[in-house]
Design a protein around this ligand. Structure first.
Ligand code: HEM
Length: 129
């Protein structure tokens, strides 16, 4: 059951992230803001679900370290993307920064998700360990 909630929350997060990028690129600001907030909330929910789901597995230490490095980098980039987005509302000159920080966040987040799947692929269920 935990696994299903985790996978669904991950898929919802990816879809919301796609909508955030799409509305940002199209300049649809009124839709972009709620999608950005919904992406962050959904990502937070997915991380909590991943933690709960991960407790049922013994995870290879090196894969866990790689995943956590990417995940914490993404977490650090998120407020930077958000702050640059807020600044962009009134200052057009910030666009290149918002673009850079938002795309960096997207790339590192997708890499963290990929590393999470790689981690689970090499994991052993607790009761089989
Ligand atoms: C998950 C976080 C976010 C992502 C991934 C994201 C992504 C993007 C992208 C890809 C663009 C297009 C940039 C370009 O090439 O011109 C954009 C534009 C923009 N974003 Fe964000 N964004 C995020 C959060 C925010 C937040 C929190 C705000 C402010 C509340 C914001 C405000 C804006 C504004 C004002 C634009 C310009 C839209 C226009 O062209 O009129 N963004 N965003």
């Amino acid at each position: 059951m935990n696994g299903t909630i985790f996978v669904v929350s991950l898929v919802v997060t990816v879809l919301l992230l796609g909508c955030t990028i799409w509305t940002g690129l199209r300049g649809r600001r009124r839709a972009h803001y709620p999608f950005a907030v919904a992406t962050v909330l959904s990502l937070a929910f997915a991380i909590v679900q991943a933690r709960i789901y991960g407790e049922s597995f013994v995870i290879p230490a090196m894969r866990l370290r790689i995943h956590l490095s990417l995940a914490f980098t993404a977490l650090g980039l998120l407020p930077c993307a958000a702050v640059s987005g807020f600044l962009l509302i009134r200052r057009p000159g910030v666009r290149k920064w918002h673009r850079l920080l938002a795309w960096s966040f997207v790339v590192v987040t997708v890499a963290a998700m990929g590393a999470a799947l790689w981690m689970l692929e090499g994991a052993t269920p607790v009761d089989a360990a």
